[in-house]
Design a protein around this ligand. Structure first.
Ligand SMILES: C[S@@+](CC[C@H](N)C(=O)[O-])C[C@H]1O[C@@H](n2cnc3c(N)ncnc32)[C@H](O)[C@@H]1O
Ligand SMILES: Nc1nc2[nH]cc(C(=O)O)c2c(=O)[nH]1
Ligand code: SF4
Ligand SMILES: [Mg+2]
Length: 244
């Protein structure tokens, strides 16, 4: 079995070491692998190069029907594990695109990582393969709200949100653009019993000024509600740059 990865430059898979920029483990030095393909199509996605391919202007709402394009690289698990281990970190963050679309292959990758812990970035709409789930230390679950432009029935899958809310490894990370978006977060917390200590708000944005402007009111909202706030550290450090 193999994995389809995004590329940081033509022909170079997006495998890199950086500080985790977001969520409950922000600031931790980690290795990253970015997989290609996504089942959603957020209108503000900062990694659309993993799912919207040259020559096709429609968002691919069906990530499983992806086409093999020059900007994707297929690696077998052993080759990928070797490149990850060479980065010398004790945790691997698997992101994308939507990495859980390739859960069976990821389940075969993890045992080759010599004891590295695994953290997964997911949009929360896809069930983790059971053999992968048994090996995951932390999920960063980012359910997409209406402002993402995705149909709610694709983005917000009730049985998935119930499962994530009941899993202590799962930290929710809601991308918020405007104060009105908070009513949706409130409704989801009430509907699924999401614990406030596992509920993070993160501003939408791919530049420091936008993120800081949003942080100013998001922090007040978190103080009022007992929710958590996360910034996007990598954007402040490196801008909107692939492989950082
Ligand atoms: C590119 S996604 C990949 C993982 C998965 N598809 C997901 O959406 O969680 C990684 C993280 O970046 C966030 N993200 C993507 N574009 C963003 C933007 N323009 N502003 C803020 N967060 C963004 C997503 O919500 C998610 O938390
Ligand atoms: N440094 C850094 N931290 C991140 N946290 C989540 C990321 C993602 O794209 O999933 C990401 C990323 O792309 N870079
Ligand atoms: S779910 Fe994640 S990868 Fe997919 S379009 Fe949205 S932000 Fe981008
Ligand atoms: Mg990113």
């Amino acid at each position: 079995m193999s994995l389809t990865l995004a590329t940081v430059r033509p022909g170079e898979p997006e495998i890199f070491a950086s500080l985790q920029g977001e969520g409950a483990s922000a600031g931790r030095p980690v290795a990253f692998v970015r997989l290609s393909r996504c089942n959603l199509a957020c209108q503000w996605c900062d990694t659309a190069y993993t799912w919207r391919f040259t020559g096709d202007n429609r968002p691919h709402r069906d990530g499983l029907a992806f086409e093999r394009k020059a900007n994707q690289i297929v690696l077998d698990e052993a080759e990928l594990a070797e490149r990850v281990l060479a980065l010398g970190q004790d945790r691997l963050v698997i992101t994308g695109g939507e990495p859980l679309l390739q859960g069976a292959a990821l389940a075969r990758l993890v045992p080759l990582l010599a004891g590295m812990s695994v953290e997964i970035e997911t949009n929360g709409s896809v069930a983790p393969h059971p053999a992968l789930d048994a090996q995951v230390a932390q999920y960063n679950v980012s359910p997409k709200l209406a402002h993402s432009g995705n149909p709610a029935d694709l983005a917000l899958v009730p049985e998935r949100l119930t499962a994530w809310a009941g899993d202590p490894r799962a930290f929710f990370k809601f991308v918020v653009a405007e104060p009105d978006d908070l009513a949706e977060v409130e409704a989801l917390q009430a509907a699924y019993g999401i614990a406030s200590e596992r509920l993070y708000l993160m501003g939408e944005g791919t530049d420091s000024a936008t993120l800081l402007a949003r942080a100013r009111w998001l922090s007040d909202e978190c103080l009022k509600r007992g929710w958590r706030f996360t910034d996007r550290l990598h954007i402040h450090l490196y801008g909107d740059t692939r492989g950082t």
